[in-house]
Design a protein around this ligand. Structure first.
Ligand code: PLP
Ligand code: ZN
Length: 387
């Protein structure tokens, strides 16, 4: 019995298929992300949705729906199975009876980047890659460094010089080579790409390889399971590269194909971005399918300082298909929301996680969220890393 039911990679734009036994980046003809496809009929025939509850905790208990074949290649640091907390005190203050926080801050390296990098570095290792490189706004670098160290791979990281100090230190202490860049993540990306091409490093930038999205999609499976296979009405997600948003939407498609959902009703997906870097919000307001590059990106939520996602079309598709929306919040609103989440629920969120609460407050004001709807905020990281 294979651990993974991965069958091929598929271009998200032209549907061209690629062989997953080889190392791939993105579609060579249209430069669009590749998405892993699984033999879902076979998964359905060999395992039931309730079987997953019995397995050992962590992301890899969903291994049929993840890309790694050999158990020995699944690099595990405890990622996944983060708590879904019913935020009753905060909900009462906002007039919502069913407000939840999916608290991703308990992941290894303190953010949900652990999920994506666990999947990507594990699969890279399985394919024989020995050197991984990444441009990062912060948390992805720390996560890659940790999984590379545990998997025995070499790590090279490019990050803006004003990245939170914890991200720089956690990367260095795990043995990664860190280069600080005078610029944004887009500038870091250019430099990483040059070194990758010159020296044969494998680039694990968001969506420029096919597997980070798979690690993050498991958040969608965990939510489905936690809500007894009836997905919540609203998911509010702090969006930078959009990996988690696209990943969860993919998970819901797979769950539907597997026949595991009790109801076909999908959540309305909400993108929250910082007012100082809101390319998705701008594109949504214009009804566009793509985003424009955001000039002069600036915000305290470093994970949201992404001027243009490589998967912008997939983000927009999920927003429109889900009847979702996109809102921008100020850094001041983020700071207030950080305090509010901490004082009401004992959760000290990363600014990115706090942004979801600031976004929710706007949506309540607009009447976009109803008092009895199940609303999930994603706290994507711990506030401790930003001190
Ligand atoms: C990277 C990051 C985000 C954005 O995640 P995407 O899935 O790439 O949009 C949000 N919050 C934190 C803490 C992050 O590190
Ligand atoms: Zn293509």
């Amino acid at each position: 019995m294979p651990a993974s039911h991965l069958v091929h990679l598929e271009c998200s734009s032209c549907a061209e298929q690629y062989d997953p036994a080889r190392v791939h980046t993105y579609c060579s003809t249209c430069r669009a992300p590749l998405l892993p496809r699984y033999d879902l009929e076979r998964v359905k025939a060999t395992v039931t949705r309730d079987a997953f509850r019995q397995r050992k905790k962590g992301m890899w208990r969903w291994h049929e729906l993840l890309p790694v074949h050999a158990a020995g290649n699944m690099i595990f640091l405890g990622e996944g199975d983060t708590p879904l907390l019913h935020a009753q005190r905060l909900g009462a203050a906002l007039g919502l009876s069913q407000l939840y926080v999916k608290d991703e801050s308990t992941n290894p390296t303190g953010s949900f980047k652990a999920r994506g990098l666990a999947a990507a570095v594990s699969k890279a290792k399985e394919l024989g890659v020995t050197k991984v490189i990444i441009p990062t706004a912060g948390n992805a670098g720390g996560a890659m460094a940790a999984y590379a160290a545990r998997g025995g791979l070499e790590a090279q990281i490019y990050m803006p010089q004003d990245t939170p100090h914890a991200n720089i230190e956690e990367s260095r202490i795990t043995g990664a080579n860190v280069t600080l860049v005078d610029g944004l993540i887009s500038d870091a990306g250019r430099l990483a790409n040059q070194q990758a091409e010159a020296e044969g490093w494998f680039d694990v930038s968001t969506f420029k390889e096919p597997y980070r999205v798979e690690g993050k999609k498991i958040m969608g499976y965990e939510l489905a399971e936690a809500f007894d296979w009836e997905l919540p009405e609203v998911i509010i997600y702090p969006t930078g590269g959009g990996t988690g948003l696209v990943g969860m939407w993919k998970a819901f498609d797979e769950l539907s194909a597997l026949g595991w959902l009790a109801s076909e009703k999908r959540p309305r997906m909400v993108v929250v971005q910082a007012a100082g870097c809101a390319p998705v919000v701008q594109a949504f307001a214009a009804g566009a399918r793509h985003c424009d590059f955001w000039e002069g990106a600036q915000t305290i939520a470093s994970g949201l300082r992404v001027p243009k996602s490589f998967a912008d079309r997939l983000i927009m598709d999920a927003l429109y298909a889900s009847n979702g929306t996109a809102v921008a919040v100020s850094d001041e609103a983020i700071r207030q929301a950080q305090r509010k989440l901490a004082t009401h629920e004992g959760i000290f969120p990363a600014p990115e996680g706090a942004a979801t609460l600031a976004g929710l407050e706007q949506l309540i004001e607009q009447g976009w969220v109803q008092p009895d709807e199940r609303v999930v905020l994603f706290n994507t990281g711990t506030g401790l890393k930003y001190i």
